[in-house]
Design a protein around this ligand. Structure first.
Ligand SMILES: Nc1ncnc2c1ncn2[C@@H]1O[C@H](COP(=O)(O)OP(=O)(O)OP(=O)(O)O)[C@@H](O)[C@H]1O
Ligand SMILES: CC(C)(CO)[C@@H](O)C(=O)[O-]
Ligand code: BAL
Length: 385
């Protein structure tokens, strides 16, 4: 049989299996039976071949594939990402694979969530490494009997914004979804078009992929609140699942933007998680009033600011605290006192300023330490039952 015929035969075998086997038994079968063309690329384009994980750039072929899965009663979990994958993303894929027969991962750096003066141009793009990570994870999933990564959706901007070119200005010409005032608070106050862009692109992704469940990381906690609101207010037929924040050993939340930090800023950037932990300790000690919970966090951050300012430019890593917040878990509005029945969200953002007077041989990260880096983090204060 020629490779093409083998591939077509495998595809129809797969269709047969998708239609025949219940969702949790399909994966080991499809894994061995459906891999058809070999190639040096770990994942292959849906337009050129059918490997276990197919790459889709266009909406219609993905919809067709999704319809087949629906008809054969498979479940789809969608993990939206902007690429530059790390263990935080992979943990969401693992969770999605544990809860669905099929995982779709979208990789799209969405321009409308970046303000005109934000870091869209420098946002890391690591496509080959991302595909290699997904391929390795898919192999791992195959050996565990979990769901598989069956699709990567990597659309062009013309595909995602078919009518108008994306507009990141505040008046913003185009079709947008917005949550007010939720999307204007905290992250939204510093990044005025951010949540409009996130809600809009997620609405598009959910409409295209029709996922049973969508997976988001707690690291971007206000984003999770926005997505839950999107699903609720627009009656979207999907379940929102939140995965825990993955951290480095020293507590720094993993983030695609961490590659810009370099060692000096990375060390001082720990101020954020340290400050939040101090506030959490107050809640755990029974404090409920805003001032009682937040003062040690503010005091710690202020002391590190002063400490760094006092150092020589070649030694220090300067930063600005954007906010340290104690907010309601559904509205993200600031709280004067935590209601034990609702709990609360402690969150914060700091902006690490460019490195001054870099030393010889100093590890400065991508961009030579000159790209400002926004770090965000949070801790959920659980309701007391
Ligand atoms: N450390 C993490 N732990 C768990 N989930 C994470 C973590 N970092 C990112 N995610 C989640 O991965 C999804 C995709 O995020 P994204 O591609 O923006 O990566 P990112 O690391 O958050 O990038 P950046 O911090 O630069 O915005 C989001 O749901 C996000 O919350
Ligand atoms: C959800 C998302 C993929 C939308 O572009 C992005 O905001 C992200 O990666 O967190
Ligand atoms: N992780 C959220 C995407 C962003 O910061 O733009």
């Amino acid at each position: 049989m020629t490779p093409l015929l083998r591939c077509l035969a495998a595809r129809s075998a797969r269709r047969y299996m998708l239609a025949t086997f219940p969702r949790n038994s399909s994966h080991s079968l499809t894994a061995s039976a459906v891999r058809c063309l070999s190639s040096s690329s770990p994942l292959r384009s849906a337009t050129t071949s059918a490997s276990e994980t197919q790459i889709f750039h266009d909406v219609e072929p993905l919809r067709k594939y999704r319809r087949e899965l629906l008809l054969s009663k498979r479940t789809v979990g969608l993990v939206p990402t902007m690429g530059a994958l790390h263990e935080g993303h992979l943990s969401l894929v693992r969770q999605a694979a544990a809860e669905n027969s099929h995982v779709f991962v979208s990789v799209y750096v969405n321009p409308t969530q970046f303000g005109l003066n934000e870091d869209l141009a420098s946002y890391p793009k690591t496509w080959e490494a991302d595909m290699a990570m997904l391929s390795a994870l898919d192999k791992e999933l195959a050996s565990t009997g979990a769901g598989r990564i069956s699709a990567v959706f990597a659309p062009s901007t013309k595909t995602m914004y078919p009518t108008m070119p994306p507009d990141s200005s505040i008046p913003g010409a185009g079709s947008f979804v917005e949550m007010r005032p939720l999307g204007q608070l905290l992250e939204g106050a510093s990044r005025p078009v951010f949540f409009r862009g996130v809600a809009t692109v997620c609405m598009k992704l959910f409409n295209i992929c029709a996922p049973d469940s969508v997976y988001f990381g707690q690291k971007d906690i206000q984003q999770t609140v926005v997505i839950k609101r999107l699903v609720k207010d627009f009656h979207l037929d999907t379940e929102v699942r939140i995965g825990p924040t993955q951290r480095a050993d020293d507590g720094l939340a993993l983030s695609s933007r961490n590659v810009y930090l370099g060692s000096r800023r990375r060390l001082i950037g720990l101020v954020l998680s340290q400050s939040l932990r101090k506030a959490e300790a107050q809640y755990k000690a029974g404090k409920r009033k805003r001032g009682d919970i937040l003062w040690p966090a503010n005091a710690h951050a202020d002391s590190v600011v002063l400490e760094q300012d006092a150092l020589e430019p070649g030694q220090r890593a300067r930063f600005v605290v954007d906010y340290l917040s104690l907010a309601d878990p559904e509205t993200m509005e600031e709280l004067e006192e935590v209601d034990e029945i609702r709990g609360a969200i402690l969150s914060g953002a700091v902006k690490m300023l460019p490195v001054e007077n870099p030393g010889d041989g100093e590890e400065l990260g991508v961009g030579g330490g000159q790209i400002p880096v926004r770090l965000i983090d949070n801790i959920v204060l659980n309701p007391v039952t």
